[in-house]
Design a protein around this ligand. Structure first.
Ligand code: MN
Length: 294
């Protein structure tokens, strides 16, 4: 059974000690074993104290982020690329200090709706920068997980095939794909086939519904996806990601277009998601027994 994680923005977009401890308590009480925090700013919260409270609830942590346009490592502007490299190195350091093993998200470009085509030089800048960041991550014990997102949130990597080619060009062993059902539902011809193609390069997995709300209350066909995860032997964390206008983060909610209220009751949402994902995993295992046992 895969460990299950939950995105912190189900609980709150805040980063006060009270916000963080409430998010930890809710997640732990519902049986999640990992919580994902976006863009933890070390100036806004006490990293050592937070690491200690994570230990107290034996909760794993993953850190995810998207680069700002001013820190876009796929830019052709050397100064912007250098800023991005610094931002990514700091994110690796924060992840390490919190005891996280994964840095995920849109680490290869800005998290933005581009109004320009990607360029060969920009792609190469991103590859060269991530190679350095990956080596720094290896020293820190943090893997680099590139989240393949839809066309409205990056112009560089929108499909698993593009991600695999990009990772091959980086050429570092600790760079993986971070796949997400919400994005795959938009861009992949066949999400299950894409997961199989990812093979052992799959490092982190988000389950999000087509409308970002309750799992099962959208158009995603989960059975083939969970069959593919099982076929891949993916044993790592599956994290539930959901956003509603009930919890607003100035940056993330706007760029991901969370204009509507998909839920109010986050406890009911998270409890349902845990049971839903568990059921999908159990059903995939049952299907496999039927197809593989004479
Ligand atoms: Mn995601």
């Amino acid at each position: 059974m895969n460990p299950m994680g939950i995105h912190a923005f189900v609980w709150s977009a805040g980063s006060t000690p009270e916000d963080l401890s409430r998010a930890l308590d809710h997640s732990s009480a519902l049986g999640y074993s990992l919580i994902e925090f976006p863009r933890l700013d070390p100036k806004k919260f006490d990293v050592p104290a937070f690491a200690q409270s994570l230990k107290a609830v034996t909760m794993g942590i993953a850190v995810t982020m998207g680069l700002q346009p001013s820190a876009d490592i796929s830019s052709e502007d050397a100064a912007v690329v250098a800023t991005g490299e610094q931002v990514l190195r700091e994110a690796v350091s924060v992840a390490r200090d919190l005891g996280a093993q994964k840095l995920g998200g849109i680490l290869f470009s800005a998290h933005d709706k581009y109004m320009t085509m990607p360029t060969a030089r920009g792609r190469q800048n991103s590859i060269d920068t991530l190679r350095k960041v990956a080596r720094y991550g290896a020293e820190a014990g943090v893997t680099i997980n590139l989240e393949i997102v839809n066309r409205f949130e990056s112009n560089l990597l929108n499909t698993t095939a593009q991600g695999l080619a990009f990772i091959a060009d980086i050429g570092e062993p600790n760079v993986y794909l971070h796949l997400d059902t919400f994005h795959m539902n938009i861009e992949e011809a066949n999400p299950a086939d894409a997961i199989r193609a990812a093979g052992d390069r799959l490092g982190y997995f988000h389950v999000g519904e087509s409308n970002r709300g309750f799992l099962g209350a959208g158009t995603i066909d989960y059975a083939p996806i969970f069959d593919a995860l099982l076929d891949n032997g993916y044993a790592d964390t599956i994290t539930f990601e959901s956003f509603s206008s009930a919890v607003v983060d100035k940056d993330l909610s706007i760029i991901t277009g969370i204009w509507r209220n998909t839920w109010d009751d986050n406890v009911a949402l998270a409890r349902h998601a845990k049971a839903f994902i568990q059921d999908q995993m159990d059903s995939a295992a049952r299907r496999r027994r039927i197809t593989r046992t004479p």
